[in-house]
Design a protein around this ligand. Structure first.
Ligand code: URA
Length: 220
């Protein structure tokens, strides 16, 4: 992703001078680096082990996460938790975050529901300093991009999750970087057999990560 030019939206001025997770979480609450903060309830920053061996990067908080203030606590988070457990990855080893830290949504045509709206390229780019700072602080051994938005934010705009899921991709971001599907894509499966199949494939990708984690010692 090319660096932001001066007049592009960016979170950069909101970053704290001393980088650690607590400072980042506190500073991100004030972020107005792009316009998404105006319609969101709050910033949803990453959470988890501060020296995580694995960082999971989603797209953006959903409706439930926006209200709770924590990443992956809604239906996609439930699938993610189940898949991590099935793959043998402990939550204590994981730092979970999103490419974009505010909920982007549009009102439903009828009713009060807030419908997830894919973040714009400019919003993903504006938010990238937070993600880079999280990577710098947690120094994960493995980064897992969940879905196309995270993969394209970290691996380039032409990256295809469908073609390269489950493979370690050479990257300067971490010793191992992989992309797989977003857990919400499993929720959208057309019927129960395909949902089951897609979830098993997701677990297989995470099992590759679990295998890699067994090869490396715990962070100090
Ligand atoms: N989807 C995401 O990408 N992130 C969340 O935190 C929740 C749903």
């Amino acid at each position: 992703m090319p660096p932001a030019k001066d007049n592009f939206p960016t979170a950069l001025p909101f970053l704290p001078s001393k980088l650690n997770i607590r400072n980042l979480q506190a500073a991100a609450r004030q972020c107005k680096g792009c316009d998404l903060w105006e319609r969101a309830t709050q910033t949803v920053f990453g959470e988890g082990a501060s020296r995580a061996r694995v960082m999971l990067v989603g797209e953006q908080p959903g409706d439930k996460e926006d209200i709770a203030g924590h990443p992956f606590v809604g239906p996609a988070g439930k699938i993610l938790d189940e898949a991590l457990a099935a793959a043998g990855i402990e939550r204590g080893d994981v730092y979970v975050t999103n490419a974009v830290k505010h909920f982007s949504w549009t009102p439903a045509e009828r009713g009060k529901r807030r419908i997830h709206k894919k973040p714009r390229y400019s919003e993903i780019r504006a938010c990238r300093p937070w993600l880079e700072a999280e990577i710098a602080v947690t120094r994960p051994h493995v980064i897992v991009c969940l879905g196309a938005t995270a993969a394209q934010a970290l691996l380039g705009s032409d990256f295809s999750v469908m073609r390269r899921r489950g493979q370690f991709i050479p990257s300067s971001l971490a010793p191992r970087v992989m992309a797989t599907v977003h857990p919400s894509s499993i929720l959208r499966a057309l019927d129960e057999p395909s949902r089951h199949e897609q979830k098993e494939a997701f677990i297989r990708d995470l099992a590759i990560v679990a295998h890699e984690m067994r090869r490396v010692p715990h962070a100090a």
